[in-house]
Structure formats: C-alpha cells, structure tokens
Design a protein around this ligand. Structure first.
Ligand code: EPS
Length: 397
C-alpha cells in the first residue's frame, strides 16, 4: 500500500515527501513530476510567490535508471524564496536583529487555533506549515501514483466549474466527449484556460471577477470537478468503515488547504429527489456487459467503485489572507485590531484542482492494490487485465 508524508515550511530551505509502497517497475521521468508541479503554479489570481518559484523535484531515493524499484522514494523541492528568509526561518542560529513576532490572527486561517494548540508566542510557525505551499510536495508525491494508474488506463482529471459567483455552464455532451478519451484529456483542455474553465465566456467572467476582488483587497473561492476514468467495478468495500472508497476519497479532498466541502456525483441534487429519479438503472450490452445511461451516483455505490467514471466535486473557500482587513485582535495586548496582511493569492481555485488530482491518486492506487495485490507493475497489470476481462465477459448476454 502507498503511504506518504510531507515535510517542510513554506519559507524554509525545501519541501519534501517520502512515498512508500510504490510498486516496482513504473517508469518515472523528472519531467513528468515537474510538469504537474508547473500546472500547480498556474492560474489567474496567484500572488507574488509564484513569480519567485519554479518548482522542480529532486529525487533522492527509490528510482534507478528511470524506474521505481519498490523502495521508498524521497522527493525534494527547493524553496527559492528561502534565500530571503534565512534569518526569520533560521533553524539553529539565534538572530542578532529583532524578528517581529506575529500576534494578530487572520480570521479563517489556522493562526488562532495553531498558536494556542502548539503553545507558541508567535504565529509565524503556524503560517509556515499550514500554508498551501505544502501542496507542492503532495503534488510531487501524488504524481507517482498517477503515473502508475495511467499505466493501467486509469486517468484522473479536473476542471473548475465556479469561481466566486461565476459558474461554468459546461455542457454534458462536451464533458462526455472529453471524458470518453480519458480524464486527462479533460485536464489538458482545462489547462488551456487561465482559470481551468471550459468556455471562454466563463473564463472571461471569472478573470474579471478576480480582478475586481484583487482591486477591493478581497479573495475568491470556487468549485472544482474531479473525474477518475477507467476504474473497474469493485474497488473499496462496504464491509468496514475504513475500507469505504467514497470516504477515503472525500477525506483526501478535504485534506487540501481551504477545501470545505465535497460532493460525490450529484449528491445534493439527489437528496431533493425521489429514488426513482436518482438511481442509475442497469442495462446489459452484448459487448460491454453492464452499462448505465446515467451516473448520478458519481461512480460510487455501496462505497465501492461502480465501474462508471468517478465524479467528485470540491468547494474551496476564499483564501483567508485579505488585503482589506477583517476584525481581529492582538493575542498579546488583547486589544481589538484589524487583521494583518500576509502575502497570498487572490484566487487559487485552478491550482487546487491540480492538487485534488494528486491527492486522490494514492487513494485509487491503494484500492487497486488492496483488491489485486502485487509488488511490481508486470504482475499487477496481468491481474488487472484478467479482473477487468472477467467482469466484462460475465455479463455479456
Ligand atoms: C503558496 C505559497 C504561498 C502563498 C499561498 C500558496 O507563498 P507565500 O506565503 O510566500 O506568498 O502564495 O499560500 C496560502 C494561500 C496560504 O494560506 O498560506 C503555494 O506555493 O501554493
């Protein structure tokens, strides 16, 4: 099973990740990891930091001659901005000059609870580790699982369906056409847009909304749609809470900074309808076996994959670092005061879609490994092909 941890402060020397349990024999290139890191840096509305960084991952272990060897893989992404923070973020040396403590928490951020929880006298360490900069390490780690899944024809993609009150009116037909070619085709299409939306009209409206928010010293959230194609029926399980695939996917998405809601399929719309209008009926096809004409369940039934495209939707709150301050207080003087500004983004919804793709990849990879086992790509592929074919042929009338 794939496990990973990340480490690193936003303005420390580097971010890192150790990924354990990647099957052996998977071809990895540095370009493929760096490609995803570059995608994460994109998006209209990002702040000044993205102009400083060009994220690239160094691989320190677990890969030999371009292939995984089954050993833990260590990834390191250097922070270019570290050069400007060596005094403030010094690990051992005591600064000779006074470093101003941060004592005014931003509403909506980890500042208040983090300082209290860890008994700190300065909010700076909370900002450093709670920062969404950490997602660079998660994208690097998740990309490994994504590459492994792609070898088996399982693809993960995403697009942005809303930024603030701007909603993407993407047609079901267009979405279907893109997803039919694999979820990565959808992502490549979304990547052409500065806000990862699918129509020019929505893109232009979203850009204008971001400009407006920036001018007002405000921020915008939005909604991301995540799709996973090629997952066969029967991954995950209903028999125990911690083996439920829907719960594991939702947990991974909710672990992304600023994500406050997850929906599977059209769950909230379904809740307002009767069962006969919701459930996806079975039909039998001579060549494909079990087929459905609808996918309101979002590819997950009984906490297992249904064999249809998995569809998750995530709600991102507006970033909580605002130029125009909200009401706050000084944690030392206990005097009411406007919140302070920390450099940030106006809108990071497009980047969050790339992060979402990365965090669901190990979840799907683990569901696959739990079902089929195997330690190297060749044996996993044999088992995967056999499983898929046996399902298909069992139900062809
Ligand atoms: C981010 C890096 C950060 C922020 C942002 C995401 O860089 P800095 O703090 O140096 O400007 O731009 O972080 C946050 C939104 C946050 O709340 O901390 C990145 O690499 O994605």
């Amino acid at each position: 099973m794939i496990r990973y941890f990340t480490a690193g402060e936003s303005h420390g020397p580097a971010l890192s990740a150790i990924v354990e349990g990647m099957p052996a024999g998977v071809t990895i290139t540095q370009e493929s990891i760096n490609y995803e890191l570059a995608r994460r840096q994109q998006g209209y509305g990002r702040g000044g930091r993205m102009k400083i960084e060009t994220d690239k991952a160094d691989v320190l272990s677990g890969i030999r001659f371009g292939k995984t060897i089954g050993s833990p893989i260590t990834l390191v992404i250097k922070n270019r901005d570290w050069a400007n923070w060596t005094t403030t973020m010094s690990q051992f040396e005591q600064p000779t000059e006074e470093i101003a403590k941060i004592t005014i928490p931003r509403p909506g951020h980890a500042d208040l609870a983090g300082r209290i929880k860890y008994g700190l006298d300065d909010i700076r360490p909370v900002i450093e580790r709670s920062s969404a900069r950490e997602t660079a390490a998660r994208v690097a780690a998740g990309t490994l699982a994504k590459i492994f899944l792609k070898e088996l024809g399982i693809e993960i993609g995403s697009y942005v369906s809303a930024i603030g009150s701007t909603t993407e009116p993407s047609s079901e037909v267009q979405l279907h056409e893109l997803l039919n070619q694999g979820a990565e085709t959808l992502s490549r299409h979304a990547d052409l847009s500065a806000v990862r939306m699918l129509t020019n009209a929505a893109e232009n409206e979203a850009i204008a909304a971001i400009d407006h928010a920036k001018k007002a010293g405000d921020t915008l959230g939005g909604i991301i749609e995540i799709f996973i194609t090629g997952v066969p029926v029967g991954f995950g399980s209903y028999v125990q809470h911690d083996r439920r695939l829907d719960a594991a996917l939702a947990s991974a998405i909710l672990s992304i900074q600023a994500i406050k809601g997850v929906e599977i399929g059209t769950a909230f719309e379904n809740a307002r309808k009767s069962g006969s209008q919701v459930h996806d009926e079975f039909h039998l096809s001579a060549h494909e076996g079990v087929v459905r004409n609808t996918n309101r369940a979002g590819g997950l039934e009984g906490s297992m994959s249904s064999g249809q495209t998995i569809h998750l939707r995530a709600a991102m709150k507006p970033i909580s670092s605002l130029v125009t301050p909200l009401q706050s207080f000084n944690m030392e003087t206990l005097k009411p005061t406007p919140s302070r500004f920390e450099r940030s983004d106006t809108c990071a919804v497009p980047a969050a879609g790339v992060v979402a793709e990365a965090v669901v990849a190990p979840v799907i990879a683990n569901a696959l490994l739990e079902k089929l086992g195997g330690d190297h790509l060749h044996e996993i592929r044999q088992r995967f092909d056999l499983y898929r074919e046996s399902i298909r042929t069992s139900f062809c009338p």
